[in-house]
Design a protein around this ligand. Structure first.
Ligand code: NAD
Ligand code: DAU
Length: 361
């Protein structure tokens, strides 16, 4: 079996759902269920005997040690993290605790477990750490995309904490021989994406007739990858990755934020025209969701451009994304339209407090 941490979040839940659809191998899920963790994401697995869920912290070394010795996984895939840059700017402490201290405790528990395994299991064991392109810092417009040897230059408390966790993982391989793999991926989008992040925030706000906040001039560039493609890359690295290696994962799909906003508005105009959603507010048919675009104060220290050079994973492991941005974003917008119940459950509770803190009234 495999142990997946952070499995109730956006990417972790997509990974577990896909894994259970594709494999017979059981999954043990471990998630603290912070504001970003949502068991509803895993609801379709409720009756699946090959999936079990434990609520807990990767930093709880005793709990992790017990889970490892009771379930004897052949791999640990670590998605657990505080993941939102803006939250890390308002309050970095949780990022330090989970992304650095938590990863350290997880590594210690895994090292002790791995050290006691019989030889065959020991050499088959893998610890896969899921990281981000943000550790490499920001690129100028004409600089080449990030390769795996690009120097680390994290700019936000979030990316600095992820960089620290990457270094710990690397050190555990170098010093103790722990069989680790690291992936550094670009921006994901797709189902179950928490609506504090740009793309789901746009969809949710547009449908509610609310402002679509664009930081600064909206010309910052991100490299977008459909979440299912990230999950297939992780499965590929887990199966074929060389020990101790880092693999950059991306979709060769750089877009400026304002272009993303336009694409999402245009898709919504096509799939759920505004006149049908907000007839009381707008009774003239031609009004596009684009009229909700609002430029707001920029994110402090905002990275200008990320771009991933994904040639290594393609060359060595044969991985390529299956979706283009056009197919992936259409599926994503449709998923949000089809899953309004999931959206309204997420929007209740402390989500509202976050929106007020970040965007004001
Ligand atoms: P997310 O915030 O949606 O989910 C994180 C999950 O981790 C949540 O379910 C949360 O409850 C859980 N968690 C938080 N602290 C924990 C702890 N101490 N112990 C156990 N569980 C804990 O994040 P995501 O977008 O799914 O990202 C998953 C991973 O992928 C993160 O490590 C992130 O850095 C990385 N990543 C994300 C992206 C992206 O675009 N979202 C891109 C590249 C890499
Ligand atoms: O690059 C990978 C990273 O992508 C992951 O490591 C992070 O976990 C993930 O959150 C994401 O970080 P970003 O900061 O790039 O994602 P976010 O969706 O928050 O923002 C995307 C871009 O959109 C960024 O340039 C900021 C901008 N933005 C964001 C929000 C929430 C806006 O213009 N307005 C907004 O309201």
């Amino acid at each position: 079996m495999i142990l997946v941490t952070g499995s109730a979040g956006f990417i972790g839940s997509n990974f577990v759902l896909d894994w259970c659809a594709l494999h017979d191998e059981p999954v043990l899920s471990l998630d603290k269920l912070t504001y970003a963790g949502n068991l509803e994401n895993l609801a379709s697995l409720q009756a699946n005997l090959r999936h079990s869920f434990v609520q807990g912290d990767i930093g709880d070394a005793e709990l992790v040690a017990r889970l490892l010795s009771e379930h004897r996984p052949r791999a640990v895939i670590n998605f657990a993290a505080e993941s939102h840059v803006d939250r890390s700017i308002h309050g970095p402490e949780d990022f330090i605790q989970t992304n650095i201290v938590g990863t350290f405790h997880l590594l210690e528990a895994v090292r002790a477990y791995w050290g006691e395994l019989p030889d065959a299991e020991k050499s088959a064991f893998r610890f896969l750490h899921v990281s981000t392109d943000e550790v490499y810092g920001s690129l100028a417009k004409d600089e080449p995309a990030f390769t795996e040897t690009h120097r680390y230059e994290p700019n936000s408390p979030y990316s600095a904490s992820k960089a620290a966790s990457d270094h710990l993982v690397r050190a555990y391989h170098h010093t103790y021989g722990l069989p680790v793999l690291t992936t550094n991926c670009s921006n994901n989008y797709g189902p179950y994406h928490f609506p504090e992040k740009l793309i789901p925030l746009l969809i949710v706000n547009a449908l509610a007739g609310k402002a679509l906040p664009v930081y600064g001039d909206g010309q910052q560039i991100r490299d977008w990858l459909y979440v299912k493609d990230h999950c297939s890359a992780i499965r590929c690295v887990l199966e074929k990755g060389r020990l101790g290696e880092v693999y950059n994962v991306g979709g060769w799909n750089e877009k400026a934020n304002l272009d993303i906003v336009h694409i999402v508005c245009d898709l919504l105009d096509e799939l759920r025209p505004r006149a049908a959603v907000q007839p009381a507010i707008f009774n003239f048919q031609s009004s596009s969701y684009r009229s909700l675009i609002t430029f707001v104060t920029d994110r402090p220290g905002h990275d200008r451009r990320y771009a991933i050079d994904a040639r290594k994973i393609e060359r060595e492991l044969g991985w390529k994304p299956a979706e283009t941005f056009e197919t992936g974003i259409r599926k994503t917008v449709q998923w949000y339209l089809d899953n309004q119940g999931w959206v309204s459950n997420v929007l209740s509770g402390n989500y509202r407090q976050w929106v007020e803190k970040q965007y004001g009234e």
